[in-house]
Design a protein. Structure first.
Length: 169
């Protein structure tokens, strides 16, 4: 971040490598559309580079980038909502993965579908990106107790959905 702040645009490549997966997952959890999530991911890094002067040294750079990504994803979501209904049929799954991974991802995606957008976002930040509850509270601007409650409720919903699917098989 320091190098980028000093004008070394090549430093953005390293930042991208370290954070792009998490940014994509966060954007996808909000948008439920792989192509739009990729667009938001690219927009996030362009905005980060353009606004690097607003980054406060000594703070968590991943959290700063996640806030940019979250805002960009909600901006895209609100714009898309005004234009057309979103297609929720896409999956975050790469079609070239092996069968076990494919099945696991379908089950996970199905479980995530039972969650509200806010719950998906919190689960994504916690499980996929490794943020602590207090960091998530800062990112989404909610009290830590609310984040913990929403996360626990989301996990229970996902467990119930998975157990129901297993019993149906």
């Amino acid at each position: 971040m320091r190098e980028l702040r000093e004008g070394n645009i090549d430093a953005l490549d390293g930042i991208y490598e370290l954070t792009s997966k998490g940014v994509y997952i966060l954007a996808y959890s909000i948008l439920k559309n792989a192509e739009k999530a990729k667009d938001v991911m690219q927009d996030t890094f362009l905005r980060a580079a353009a606004n690097i002067g607003q980054y406060k040294p000594g703070t968590n750079p991943k959290a700063w980038i996640s806030v940019i990504a979250r805002n960009a994803a909600y901006r895209e979501y609100n714009n898309a909502k005004r234009i057309v209904c979103q297609d929720f049929s896409e999956h975050i799954i790469d079609k070239n993965v092996n069968e076990t991974m494919w099945t696991d991802n379908i089950i996970l995606n199905d479980a995530l579908q039972t969650l509200t957008a806010q719950e998906r976002e919190i689960v994504s930040l916690f499980a996929a990106q490794g943020y602590k509850h207090r960091e998530i509270a800062q990112i989404v601007g909610r009290p830590i107790g609310t984040i913990q409650w929403l996360y626990n409720r989301a996990v229970k919903k996902m467990r119930k959905n998975t157990e129901t699917k297993k019993h149906e098989e």
